[in-house]
Design a protein around this ligand. Structure first.
Ligand SMILES: [Zn+2]
Length: 318
């Protein structure tokens, strides 16, 4: 009656593959991606910025063309500084201003995650603490912490000084970088060392868009950031000195912008990663030095078809 029962769980190759796939980025559906791009282009065409810049009619014309991705490439890029100074002009009123997101964790099983910012749904496994460490967080017994790099470092300093105690940490941290955090702040080797000393776990960088959507994330191989093709279209443009990352988020409809010039130099590689995923990765992401980066207003596009007269008029040549 009290005998020991040993249950062997035999997992087939196929099951193993499926389980592995589940923790990686979901496969991309090209038709869905085109649909999402269409939605973003339509929203962008209806912003005051597009009207003021004379591109609204051009974008609407482009929506009638068969290859939307190719059409997108014809549009001028918008420097991120330009966009930030005129954020209200990019407001698309038909989309909610703020949206809470579900935080996903890249490894199974999902741990309890304390998030050092707002913007995520609170669930059994995820709790937001925008003010940083507190008694509530200690009671939540987080197994890992996610947050902007600066917030993680502040918590690290508190832990090292003995001012914060998180006894259940055992899973890798998630460090948010990207557009909502001044964009140019990327995780450095020095940051990784400090975080390792304080938390005792490795850290994975996640590059977010303005709506906190995940645009790219690091994997166990720590060799570049895997692009999330469901959330964005990633291009590069050579400015004579740097290969700049040009980004169109498919999941930030409240303030849509097409071809945002990020001010970051990057390479996109299609070489398979050591982690087993085959999708493209963002490599050598680094800031373009301020002195090399000049903000040029996005040029007015002279549209090919019906919008031409309007654009000529806008340019004073109508
Ligand atoms: Zn990888």
């Amino acid at each position: 009656v009290f005998g020991l029962r040993i249950v062997l769980r035999v997992e087939s190759d196929r099951q193993h593959q499926q389980r592995n796939r589940a923790v990686h980025l979901p496969p991309m559906d090209p038709a869905q991606r085109t649909k999402d791009l269409k939605k973003v282009m339509l929203a962008a065409a209806q912003t005051p910025a597009a009207h003021a810049g004379g591109v609204s009619a051009t974008i609407q014309q482009m929506l009638l063309e068969p290859d939307l991705h190719q059409q997108l490439g014809l549009l001028p890029s918008t420097p991120v500084e330009w966009y930030l100074e005129r954020r209200q002009q990019y407001r698309y009123p038909k989309s909610a201003r703020h949206r809470r997101r579900y935080l996903d964790y890249h490894l199974d099983p999902m741990p309890r995650v304390a998030v050092l910012m707002d913007g995520y749904e609170n669930t059994d496994h995820v709790q937001c603490y925008p003010e940083g460490w507190c008694q509530d967080m200690e009671h939540f017994r987080p197994e890992t912490v996610a947050g902007p790099i600066a917030a993680l470092k502040r918590l690290a300093v508190m832990i090292l000084a003995g001012g914060a105690k998180l006894r259940h940490l055992k899973r890798p941290l998630i460090a948010f970088s990207g557009l909502p955090f001044g964009n140019r702040l990327l995780l450095t080797e020095e940051d990784r060392t400090i975080l390792w000393q304080a938390f005792g776990t490795p850290v994975f960088e996640r590059y977010l868009g303005f709506g906190n959507e995940t645009l790219a994330k690091e994997c166990e191989a720590h060799d570049g950031l895997h692009l999330n093709l469901r959330n964005g279209i990633f291009q590069t443009a050579f400015d004579g000195r740097h290969q700049e990352l040009i980004l169109t988020s498919l999941d930030h409809l409240s303030h849509p912008v097409l071809r945002l010039a990020t001010g970051l130099a990057a390479q996109i590689t299609f070489e398979p990663c050591r982690c087993g995923q085959s999708g493209p990765r963002l490599m050598k992401l680094e800031r373009i030095p301020r002195e090399d980066y000049c903000v040029v207003p996005p040029p007015v596009v002279i549209p090919a078809l019906a919008g031409r007269a309007a654009a000529m008029a806008y340019a004073g040549r109508g």
